[in-house]
Write a protein that binds this ligand. Structure first.
Ligand code: ZN
Length: 487
């Protein structure tokens, strides 16, 4: 008995020491107090004008298209861009590949690696019932401009071109070549970006100092407890796999059903898979870094946990996916069951039924390994798996590069009230096509977005604040104006 008490006391003492260590570390971790945001650079009237100009791009219904289809909306958009940015139209070389539009701005030194700014002209469809304003109206209400494409992703094209236009007006010549690339089918994973990559290669452009696309933003309220907005700079993106899981068996009349049918087998499989969550969860160094960066700007409780991953990592791996799904998605492959199909009539048991599992593969368990886990569970229920679509996660860009450091400096200069952290993009972007052409494949745009604005992407009432748009345009301009290429 005495021995048990002693062991308990020792364990309690160890626990107390660990907690004291964690608490001390948490106290030491605090970031410098946030600085004040910059003063607005535009008057209310100038902001309104900026919004009116941007509205013209929103008013063109550029739903995703492939080359060979009717591209008249994209031609309309190009005409609008020509009017909005006349100097770009006159002074930059334009290459219209059909499914991507490229601009080439010649720099002072063609021997330096060029940089590439990206965006996509296409938008996803709308469900007009859910909108309070016309989805392609570009209406301005209470300081925000509304419409499909305002935050995904015409804001990037508008502000990049506006930055270039302003610099051309000043007679500025960039130190290296600058390219702009705008595809017309990012939203449908079309050929725009791969086609542009192919064109660059055919024209002897194999490497960029950086490629800069959407995929992260300046996120307000990124996690409960984080006391400032954070520039979440995407440095890689997860893979994308669809698996079709099919049950085959005796179909027939539903009036005398057997205990198990194709549908109940699928349901049992999904229930077990979902309950056990058998896909690997790991915290790769980049995610660790992100959580530690966020921790420095949290209250004590969150700092205690996120700032002491040496102690709390196993706990976080367990609870994070349930508590904050967005953060949980960074810990490995996720699996969502999305589409199901059974019989064609309510009184028919299907002889064949299927469900689609959409996997977003992580960085430690690739597509084949993730699918293998799914197959193992499917086999228990005598289900067949096919993989109609699979692409792997991209390589991860290093954050110790000169480009990344420069980007961080620019963020500190233009957004002094914000934190910066690398992060992994969970959705797909055009950037993945360029992943092996650069060491700095950046997926982040310089716009402040609230949780509500983020939630409206691909949903109803998509919008962006005019102040965000204005700061974003200034950011691109500042970045280009002060960029010094590496030797
Ligand atoms: Zn987008």
């Amino acid at each position: 008995m005495k021995l048990v008490v002693r062991i308990l006391l020792v364990l309690l003492a160890v626990l107390a020491v660990l907690l004291v260590l964690a608490a001390v570390r948490a106290l030491l971790l605090k970031a410098e107090p946030a600085r004040a945001p910059r003063q607005p650079s535009r008057t209310p009237a100038e902001l309104e004008q900026l919004g009116q100009d941007f509205a013209r791009m929103i008013q063109v219904e550029t739903l995703s298209r492939n080359s060979g289809e009717d591209l008249s909306q994209f031609q309309r958009l190009h005409a609008v861009m020509k009017e909005l940015f006349p100097l770009c139209a006159q002074q930059l070389e334009q290459i219209d590949l059909g499914d991507a539009l490229l601009y080439h701005w010649q720099g002072r030194d063609a021997s330096k690696l060029p940089i590439l700014l990206m965006g996509h002209q296409d938008v996803v469809p709308v469900n007009p019932q859910g909108w309070r304003v016309p989805p392609f109206g570009g209406e301005i209400h209470e300081g925000s401009i509304y419409g499909r494409g305002t935050s995904d992703d015409k804001c990037a094209i508008f502000c990049e071109m506006r930055a270039v236009e302003n610099l051309l007006k000043q007679g500025f010549v960039p130190p290296c070549d600058v390219w702009l690339a705008y595809s017309i089918n990012e939203e449908t994973s079309g050929h725009g970006a791969p086609h542009a990559v192919q064109w660059f290669r055919e024209h002897g452009i194999e490497r960029f100092a950086m490629t800069w696309d959407e995929g992260g933003a300046i996120v307000e309220n990124v996690m409960p407890g984080v006391d400032r907005p954070f520039a979440m700079v995407g440095i890689a993106e997860k893979g994308y796999v669809n698996v079709k899981i099919t049950a085959r068996g005796a179909g027939g009349h539903s009036s005398a059903p057997p205990r198990q049918t194709t549908v109940t087998r699928l349901a049992a499989f999904m229930t077990e898979f979902n309950r056990k969550q058998p896909l690997e969860r790991k915290m790769i160094p980049e995610v660790r870094q992100m959580l530690e960066n966020l921790a420095t700007c949290c209250g004590f409780g969150m700092r205690l946990v996120l700032g002491n991953l040496w102690l709390f990592q196993p706990l976080l791996l367990k609870v994070l996916p349930g508590a904050v799904p967005q953060a949980g998605a960074l810990l490995g492959t996720t699996c969502a069951f999305t589409m199901m199909h059974g019989s064609e009539a309510p009184n028919v048991i299907p002889g064949e039924a299927y469900v689609i599992a959409n996997l977003r593969t992580g960085f430690t368990q690739d597509a084949a390994a993730s699918v293998a886990v799914l197959k193992q569970y499917a086999a228990k229920y005598d289900l067949d798996c096919e993989v109609p679509e699979a692409r792997e996660a991209t390589p991860i860009s290093h954050t110790d590069s000169a480009v990344f450091r420069y980007l961080k400096q620019c963020i500190a200069e233009r957004y002094p009230d914000c934190g910066v952290t690398p992060y992994l993009t969970t959705g797909g972007t055009d950037a993945r096509s360029y992943a092996d052409m650069t060491d700095a494949c950046i997926r982040w745009y310089p716009f402040r977005l609230s949780g509500k604005e983020l939630g409206a992407m691909h949903a109803d009432n998509e919008s962006i604040r005019l102040t965000s748009l204005s700061d974003g345009a200034d950011f691109y301009q500042y970045f280009l104006e002060h960029y010094v290429p590496e030797d």
